[in-house]
Design a protein around this ligand. Structure first.
Ligand SMILES: Cc1cc2nc3c(=O)[nH]c(=O)nc-3n(C[C@H](O)[C@H](O)[C@H](O)COP(=O)(O)OP(=O)(O)OC[C@H]3O[C@@H](n4cnc5c(N)ncnc54)[C@H](O)[C@@H]3O)c2cc1C
Length: 506
């Protein structure tokens, strides 16, 4: 490449997002319909409304100029060529589970590519690899694998998309043994900004393979197929315990103990811990969801979780069972169609549970303020605080195949992912809820820093983050520079950065 061409491409990469293009939405959609006849849905049609179904109401109230619904990788490539040639803005929907508006949908003149038609699933003859089309949801995968006695490191909730979860990381029932979903991809099939279809694996386009392992999709290309590692797996042991809010402060030290001591000794175990204020159920509740992939006695819990089952702890509900992945993922399905805000920060484990107890107390202050103001007008307002323990065994399992892009290493662990969510109905409350959560996250981060417990890089889990959070800064400077250089290599003109709206940009 001559120096002047290099300069031109460097300039193109640095262009602001407001670059001009063909924003006549009807022209772009007509061109797409000519290229992919029968696969473009226009407003006010049943097909359009079917594509415009999202988990969060903040997403489904957006109205793209049209939906494009490819059914093959070649169709995706054709659509990308039409969009980039015309400089038309677009976004991509996998399972559509992003909480914030614009994560995987957009208003006209933008166009949304819905990948739901990429729905193939096939198991290799040696049973070690499952090839999954990018439009699948986790229930589609587990319903194929359960009867075969196989599983993959995938999502825990049935309707969540394979694509978004795997590209951003992917916390799974099986993470204690094998790491996150992104650590268990053998190969990605990807449509690049140029429309070229390539593979990315440890031996082919290895830099792109590394970047896609947790680096998100929207900077690199549209993944059309994931080849996932599969393994033999029967039913899991699972227990759901719901406690009155009054015992939360007794339980949090047990959660801390799981993170620093118990889980590394029991890699087949997995858990998360939810604190919520549910007006319809009378106030504060706490839930411990526990899973064990190598245990089968439903009368006696595995030692790792035994303290939570202690008879002296008051419980509102206990449900212990052996279950397939499909049934488990249906059990913890979340309601659709509400307004949702998800925010996240990550703290390093401290020697005592005090930090977690103080975060709980800060969250309760936030809930009380919310109840006194916003929630008075909307009885559906439901705030959550969720602790996701990431013990050393998970961080260790993330280092296979050259490690992932997330910048999480065993020497900086263990860590606790702290998720702060609210669901509600009335759009009038959007700003108040978002301001309250932004302030809560800032206060939790300041508290953690004052105890020397901010995660080293300030890691924020992309898949639990709100759009204004600086996710990539938390991957660490070195990984961020490497991700940018991979994006430049595979999209030298910066077309995806300019045209693909939503989610997080490098
Ligand atoms: C009820 C619920 C349960 C959840 N459970 C878990 C869990 O157990 N573990 C966990 O780690 N996370 C979980 N999450 C978070 C989840 O990982 C994210 O919401 C994730 O983005 C969902 O993926 P999706 O494909 O459904 O989302 P989408 O909103 O469709 O996509 C997310 C992002 O990925 C991009 N994208 C989608 N498909 C592709 C593709 N093929 N190529 C390139 N980019 C693409 C989209 O443009 C968007 O930017 C859960 C979320 C919800 C709402």
């Amino acid at each position: 490449m001559t120096p002047s061409w290099r300069l031109l491409f460097a300039w193109a990469w640095a262009l602001p997002a407001t670059v001009t293009g063909d924003h006549d939405s009807s022209r772009v959609c007509r061109a797409l319909a000519e290229t992919l006849p029968g696969f473009v849905a226009f407003p006010d049609t049943p097909a359009y409304e079917a594509h415009n179904a999202y988990w969060s109401a903040r997403q489904s109230e957006l109205r793209p100029a049209c939906f494009v619904a490819p059914t093959s990788a070649q169709d995706v490539a054709r659509a990308v060529r039409v969009l980039t040639k015309r400089g038309a803005r677009f976004t991509v929907k996998g399972g559509g589970h992003t909480a914030f508006d614009g994560g995987s949908n957009m208003d006209a003149p933008g166009v949304t590519l819905d990948l739901a038609g990429l729905d193939s699933i096939s198991v290799s003859a040696d049973r070690r690899t499952v090839s999954v089309g990018a439009g699948n949801r986790w229930i589609n995968v587990s319903e194929v694998l359960d009867p075969l006695g196989l599983a993959v490191v995938g999502g825990r909730v049935s309707t969540v998309g394979v694509s978004g979860l795997t590209l951003g990381g992917g916390i799974s029932y099986f993470s204690g043994m094998w790491g996150w979903a992104c650590d268990n991809v053998r190969n990605y099939e990807v449509v690049l900004a140029s429309g070229e279809l390539v593979n990315a694996s440890p031996t082919v386009n290895a830099d792109l393979f590394w970047a896609l392992r947790g680096g998100g999709g929207s900077n690199f290309g549209i993944v059309t197929r994931f080849d996932l590692v599969s393994f033999e797996q029967g039913e899991l042991w699972a227990s759901t315990l719901v406690y009155p809010g009054t015992v939360t402060e007794t339980l949090i030290p047990l959660v801390h103990d799981l993170l620093v001591r118990e889980l590394p000794a029991a890699p087949a175990a997995h858990t998360f811990f939810v604190m919520a204020y549910v007006a319809a159920l009378g106030g504060y509740l706490t839930l411990s969801d526990q899973f064990h992939a190598r245990y089968s006695d439903i009368l006696c819990p595995p030692a790792v979780f035994a303290p939570f089952h202690n008879a002296t702890l008051p419980k509102l509900f206990v449900y212990t069972r052996l279950s397939t992945v499909s049934r488990l993922s249906l059990d913890i399905e979340q309601p659709r169609g509400m307004r949702q805000a998800w925010w996240e920060t990550t703290v390093a484990a401290t020697a005592t549970p005090d930090l977690l107890l103080d975060i709980f107390s800060m969250w309760q202050d936030f809930v009380e303020r919310l109840l006194a103001t916003a929630a008075a007008d909307d009885p559906t307002v439901t705030p959550f605080l969720i602790f996701h323990p990431i013990p050393l065994n998970v961080l260790g399992a993330m280092q296979v195949n050259g490690g992932n892009a997330l910048g999480l290493e065993p020497e900086d662990g263990p860590i606790m992912i702290v998720q702060m969510n609210v669901l509600w109905t009335s759009a009038v409350l959007d700003d108040a809820i978002q301001d309250g959560l932004r302030d809560l996250v800032a206060r939790v981060e300041t508290l953690a820093a004052s105890r020397g417990a901010r995660q080293k890089n300030g890691y924020i889990y992309m898949n639990y983050a709100e759009k204004s959070q600086d996710v990539y800064a938390g991957y660490g400077e070195e990984n961020l520079a490497r991700l940018r250089s991979v994006a430049r290599r595979y999209d030298p003109e910066g077309q995806l950065r300019r045209l693909w709206r939503g989610y997080f940009k490098l």
